[in-house]
Design a protein around this ligand. Structure first.
Ligand SMILES: *Cc1c(COP(=O)(O)O)cnc(C)c1O
Length: 468
C-alpha cells in the first residue's frame, strides 16, 4: 500500500527551510552593514543569508538545523550564551508585570536596582546613571552632556572633541563624527562635526622591539600637544579603553589611559570612556578602565550590558557633572535628551540577571583559563607568512593578515580576503566575521575549551584558503 511505502517518502528532497526564509527576507528587508547585492549572487561569489531559528549556549542553529559556533558573540553582545535560561526567566517574569513605562516623571524598580548595581561595580566616583537604548545613543548622550556641562559653566568656547585615529563610537551622526573608520565615515563626512583626531596608541604600529607600554606612553606626547593647542575649545577626549574594536581590534597598554586621565585633568577637559564593546569582562577585568586604575567622567555601556538579550545602554557620570545641570528650571540648564524606550524594564531585568551571573559565578577567573587556551591555540599562527601579528587582550584575540610580512604589505581591501574566511567559517559551522583583513575572536564566555579548539582550527583552515 502506498501509504506505508516509506522508501518513497524518504526519497523526497528535504525541504530547504533556509532558502524559503532567505528568499522572503531578501524580498522585504534591508540589512545593516551590508551591500545587499552580495546576497543576490547565488553563484560562488554570493554570500548566503542565514535564517537562525534557535540559539543554545555558544551556538546558533539555522532553519535547516545546521549549527554555527558564534565566535563573535553576535556583534559582541552575547556574554552567557544564547537563550540563557537565567536571563530568559528574568525577562519572562518582567513581561507579566510591566513591559514599559514612560521614564520621565515615572520610574520602576528594575531601573533603580540596575543603576544601584552599576554604580556599585563601576570605577569609583561614578554616581549617576543616564539610560538610553543603544550604544550610539549612549555616545550621543555623553558628547551632548559634556558639551552642555561646559556651556552651563559659562565656557561656550568648548565645542570640539578629541578622538583617536582608528576609533569607532557608533554610526549616528554625532557618534560617527568621532569615529575614524573610513568605511563608515568617509561618505558622510560633509554632515559631521569636526573633531581633532590624534594618533592612537595602537601597538600594531610600535617599533620592532618596542614594548606595548613604551609605545603607548610615547603616544601620549601627541595628546599633550593637541591639548596644549586646543584645550580651550575642547569639551572631551573620547576613547575606547584598551581595544579599538571595530577599527580592527587594535590594542594598547593601560598606561596610556592612566596618562590620558592625568592630561585631561591637567588641561580641564572631560574623559569619555566608551566601554560599549570592551565592558563586562572582555578585556579580563570587569571594566577596561580598571586596568589603568582610572575613573572617566563619562562611562558608556551597552552590548554585553543585557547579556545580549535586549537593546539598552547607560552613561555613568560623576556628581560634579550632575550638579552643573541641577538648577532652577528657568535657568535652562536641564539635560533634555530623551528616547522613547529609555530604561525599558524588560531590558533592565535582562541586565540585572546578567550582573547576577557575574556576582554568583567566578566569570572572570573562568575567562582567564579560556583566554589562556585561546592564546595557546593561536600561538602557532604568529609564524605564518601571511600573519603580521597575533594579539590578545583578555577574551578578545585578533590575527592580522598581510600579503607580505617583511616589510609589511597589506592585502588590497578589494580582494576581500576576510570575506573568504567568513565563508569558509560558515561552511564549517563557525561564525567568524573578519574586520577587513583582521580575523578576530570574541566568543561568549560559555564557550568550552573544546569549542575554542574547533573555532581556531576552522579559522586557521579559513586563513589558509583565504591567503592562497
Ligand atoms: C558597537 C559600538 C558602539 C555603537 O553601539 P550600537 O549599539 O551598535 O549603536 C559604540 N562604541 C563602540 C566602542 C562599539 O563597539
Amino acid at each position: 500500500m502506498a501509504c506505508t511505502d516509506h522508501s518513497k517518502m524518504t526519497a523526497l528532497p528535504p525541504t530547504d527551510f533556509n532558502a524559503t526564509l532567505s528568499a522572503r527576507d531578501l524580498a522585504a528587508i534591508w540589512h545593516p552593514c551590508t551591500q545587499m547585492r552580495d546576497h543576490a549572487a547565488a553563484d560562488g561569489a554570493g554570500v548566503p543569508m542565514i535564517p537562525i531559528v534557535r540559539g543554545e549556549g555558544a551556538w546558533l542553529i539555522d532553519a535547516n538545523g545546521k549549527r554555527y559556533l558564534d565566535a563573535i558573540s553576535s556583534w559582541w553582545t552575547n556574554l552567557f550564551g544564547h537563550a540563557n535560561p537565567r536571563i530568559a526567566a528574568a525577562v519572562k517574569d518582567q513581561l507579566g508585570h510591566l513591559e514599559h513605562v514612560i521614564f520621565a516623571g515615572f520610574t520602576h524598580e528594575p531601573a533603580i536596582q540596575l543603576a544601584e548595581e552599576l554604580l556599585r561595580i563601576a570605577p569609583p566616583g561614578l554616581a549617576r546613571v543616564f539610560y538610553a537604548d543603544n550604544g550610539s545613543s549612549a555616545v550621543e548622550v555623553a558628547l551632548k552632556m559634556s558639551f552642555h556641562y561646559w556651556r552651563n559653566l559659562g565656557s561656550p568656547g568648548k565645542t570640539r572633541f578629541i578622538a583617536l585615529t582608528g576609533s569607532y563610537h557608533g554610526e549616528t551622526l554625532g557618534a560617527l563624527s568621532v569615529t575614524d573608520v573610513p568605511l563608515y565615515r568617509a561618505t558622510y563626512a560633509p554632515l559631521l562635526l569636526d573633531p581633532i583626531f590624534i594618533a592612537a596608541p595602537d601597538c600594531y604600529e610600535r617599533e620592532s622591539g618596542e614594548s606595548w607600554q613604551t609605545h603607548s606612553l610615547r603616544k601620549l606626547a601627541d595628546m599633550r600637544a593637541a591639548l596644549e593647542r586646543h584645550a580651550a575649545n575642547v569639551c572631551a577626549v573620547i576613547v575606547e579603553p584598551l581595544v579599538q574594536c571595530a577599527g580592527g581590534m587594535r590594542m594598547y597598554h593601560p598606561a596610556y589611559l592612566t596618562g590620558l586621565r592625568a592630561l585631561c585633568d591637567e588641561f580641564g577637559v572631560h574623559l569619555i570612556a566608551d566601554e560599549i564593546a570592551v565592558g563586562f569582562g572582555r578585556t579580563g577585568t570587569l571594566f577596561a578602565c580598571e586596568q589603568a586604575a582610572i575613573t572617566p567622567d563619562f562611562l558608556c555601556l551597552s552590548k554585553g550590558l543585557t547579556g545580549g538579550f535586549m537593546p539598552l545602554s547607560a552613561v555613568l557620570t560623576t556628581t560634579s557633572v550632575y550638579d552643573v545641570f541641577y538648577a532652577e528650571y528657568t535657568s535652562g540648564k536641564a539635560f533634555l535628551h530623551s528616547h522613547s524606550y529609555t530604561g525599558n524594564p524588560l531590558a533592565c531585568r535582562a541586565a540585572l540577571a546578567t550582573l547576577a551571573i557575574f556576582r554568583d559565578e567566578p566569570v572572570l577567573e573562568r575567562n582567564r583559563v579560556l583566554a589562556t587556551r585561546l592564546a595557546e591555540r593561536l600561538a602557532p599562527l604568529a609564524d605564518h607568512p601571511n600573519v603580521a601579528e597575533v594579539r590578545q587582550t583578555g577574551m578578545i584575540a585578533a590575527v592580522e593578515l598581510v600579503r607580505d610580512k617583511f616589510p609589511r604589505a597589506e592585502f588590497p581591501a578589494a580582494e576581500r580576503r576576510g570575506l573568504r574566511v567568513y565563508r569558509h567559517g560558515l561552511d564549517h559551522g563557525v561564525l567568524l566575521r573578519p574586520l577587513g583583513n583582521v580575523v578576530y575572536f570574541m566568543p561568549p564566555y560559555v564557550i568550552t575549551p573544546e569549542e575554542i579548539e574547533r573555532m581556531v582550527d576552522v579559522a586557521m583552515a579559513g586563513i589558509e584558503s583565504a591567503v592562497a
